[in-house]
Design a protein around this ligand. Structure first.
Ligand SMILES: Cc1cc2nc3c(=O)[nH]c(=O)nc-3n(C[C@H](O)[C@H](O)[C@H](O)COP(=O)(O)OP(=O)(O)OC[C@H]3O[C@@H](n4cnc5c(N)ncnc54)[C@H](O)[C@@H]3O)c2cc1C
Ligand code: SF4
Length: 337
């Protein structure tokens, strides 16, 4: 049985105070959302905190607010199920509702928070293990060691970012308000991710995501969220795609497109090449195939999990193609998987 190590636990009611406490803990302090990721890592001694700061009483980080004609304000301590249960999110921001509804299983969606999902630690076979297992193997870069067992000879950790909602929020061009010891700052959601699997977030010491803002779509975007995982529930994405297409009146020509990948790199990836192929073109089968292939080229999965990088890359192409066909009302290809 894995038991929790000892740490101090506090539940402040003020974000600034939470930020100050985290700063003072000097890298050993962690904000607790639903704990569905953090507490697993603490039990495995992957993370050994001296202080855990709960967001339980931080009411200013909770809730969903829609301002007509402006956008959606989501508190990071909002639970994931609240996203897909919200009528306004389902109606106006359906991509976000779709992605939230396939995170893990029902319990993860009821405990897990938006902030925790966006700040989900990168994952790897050699990292998400018990202390006993890791020590018997030898510590890698992400654990303070001097090797990577996945990219042997490489200098960087290539652990995968496998959060679901980040791709959807990024496709909706979400922006963050980040609260820190010296005040608030704003940043596009995509700037949250560093691209380094070892330290995957650009948050500075003591900083907390205080709000996620999604601008209101001014056009009728058609959206899809396609996820490949081992089982139909409870599993992290091995590859997933959030897509949004703006179609001309003929329902065939693509006026604008957004495609964001997750699960296949150290951070979410905006699939610029696929977007360039889709934009301005009639969505013929040839263009759909090309867009899928282009997105797959931008996926860089490593051997961080049981499935092969080649298959996960291939699945990106399949998911992009399936998503576009779904939006166009075409049947799924029989050769999909
Ligand atoms: C079996 C299993 C399956 C899972 N499947 C999936 C899946 O399919 N897809 C998926 O995306 N996730 C999955 N998860 C991971 C996890 O359940 C979700 O990502 C969840 O949303 C994490 O949210 P949380 O509130 O529980 O995060 P926590 O565990 O509380 O926190 C995670 C990290 O985020 C940080 N954090 C939390 N809030 C903030 C904030 N406001 N500002 C800055 N940092 C913050 C914490 O300090 C911590 O480092 C799975 C987990 C398990 C155990
Ligand atoms: S990718 Fe390499 S450095 Fe990163 S967790 Fe895995 S083995 Fe460790």
């Amino acid at each position: 049985m894995l038991v929790m190590p000892k740490f101090e636990y506090v539940a402040p009611a003020d974000v600034r105070e939470a930020s100050r406490l985290l700063l003072e803990a000097d890298g050993k302090g962690f904000l607790l959302g639903g704990g569905t990721d953090l507490l697993v890592s603490v039990k495995q001694r992957v993370i050994v905190p001296s202080l855990v700061v709960s967001s339980r009483r931080l009411d200013e980080l909770k809730g969903i607010r829609h301002v007509e004609g402006e956008g959606l304000y989501v508190g990071p301590a909002t639970r994931l199920h609240q996203l897909y249960e919200s009528p306004v999110v389902r109606a106006t921001y359906p991509l976000i509702a779709l992605a939230a509804s396939v995170v893990g299983g029902n319990l993860h969606q009821h405990m897990g928070t938006v902030g925790g999902n966006l700040c989900l630690d990168t994952r790897c076979w050699y990292y998400n293990q018990t202390k006993f297992w890791r020590e018997s193997y030898g510590l890698c870069f992400k654990q303070g060691g001097d090797a990577c067992y996945v990219a042997r000879g490489g200098q960087l950790c290539v652990a995968a970012y496998q959060g679901d909602t980040a791709a959807a929020f990024a496709a909706m061009q979400a922006r963050l308000t980040i609260a820190g010891p010296r005040g608030d700052r704003q940043a596009p959601l995509t700037d949250l991710y560093s691209g380094d699997g070892k330290t995957p977030f650009t948050l500075r010491p003591g900083e907390i995501i205080a709000q996620v803002f999604v601008p209101e779509p001014t056009q009728p975007w058609k959206v899809f969220y396609k996820k490949y995982r081992q089982r139909g529930t409870i599993d992290f994405p091995l590859a997933a795609v959030a897509g949004a297409l703006l179609l001309a009146a003929d329902g065939r020509r693509c006026l604008d497109a957004r495609v964001v990948l997750t699960g296949v790199h150290t951070q979410p990836v905006v699939a610029e090449r696929a977007i360039a192929i889709l934009k301005g073109n009639e969505l013929t089968e040839e263009i759909i195939q090309e867009a899928g292939a282009a997105a797959a080229k931008q996926a860089h999965p490593a051997k961080t999990t049981h499935d092969t990088p080649q298959h996960r890359k291939r699945m990106i192409a399949v998911l992009v193609q399936e998503g576009i066909r779904e939006v166009l009302g075409q049947p799924a290809s029989p050769s999909a998987a």
